[in-house]
Design a binder for this molecule. Structure first.
Ligand code: TMP
Length: 206
């Protein structure tokens, strides 16, 4: 008999939200309990995807940037995520399509209909069973990531962009509330991880 398809869990958040720390803590807990869990990230997770991460240091037009992210996603879904889900493993991925809708659509202003179609082609229609979104005001997140002085230097234009990113996430969370959990990333990391783990457990046992 085929193994039951595994659950697909995505961690999302703006810069400095602590999503990678939280997802790692959750993965380690589940693995310690003997559950097969594959932890991956976007962009990245495959050799081609890691090259795409390097490409993002180049100045790219918004559409070029979109297709770079989608190239990494298509490769990751086909060669890593789907095979693991088909083996019955839980897959935890740092960032996925919700990043594209927050950054490229909501913040950069790309046409949502075109992006939705292109994204569905890249993923073959794969959707997360759960999105764990770590919510943080961009002022706090950027200061965490780069230090206070650097955050001040990033300036208002950057801050405005990251405010739109956050808005884009919150709109998605509202539109798909049953599949999203929003966690206040201002909590200490251990508390964030605990809340994330509780949400993941509900999805795994549901
Ligand atoms: P990270 O290492 O913090 O996850 O950085 C990845 C960057 O790529 C981050 O600024 C968000 C951005 N990104 C997009 O703009 N669109 C996407 O679809 C993805 C996956 C990431």
């Amino acid at each position: 008999m085929d193994a039951e398809r595994g659950r697909f869990i995505v961690f999302e958040g703006g810069e400095g939200s602590g999503k990678s720390t939280a997802s790692l803590a959750v993965v380690q807990r589940l693995q310690a309990e003997g559950r097969p869990v594959l932890h991956t990230r976007e962009p990245g997770g495959t050799p081609a995807g890691e090259l795409v991460r390097g490409l993002l240091h180049q100045p790219l037009t918004p559409w070029a940037e979109l297709f770079a992210f989608l190239a990494a996603r298509a490769q990751l879904v086909a060669t890593v995520i789907r095979p693991a889900l088909d083996r019955g493993e839980t897959v935890v991925c740092d960032r996925f399509a919700p990043s594209t809708f927050a950054y490229q659509v909501h913040a950069r202003g790309l046409d949502p209909v075109v992006v939705r179609t292109a994204n569905a082609a890249a993923t073959g229609g794969l959707e997360p069973d759960l999105v764990v979104y770590l919510d943080i005001p961009p002022e706090t997140g950027l200061a965490r990531k780069h230090g206070e002085d650097e955050a001040i230097r990033t300036g208002l234009e950057d801050l405005e962009f990251h405010r739109k990113v956050r808005e884009g996430y919150l709109l998605q969370a509202r539109a798909a509330a049953a599949r999203w959990t929003v966690i206040d990333a201002a909590f200490p990391p251990a508390r964030v991880a605990e809340l994330a783990l509780a949400a993941v457990r509900t999805t795994l046992h549901g």
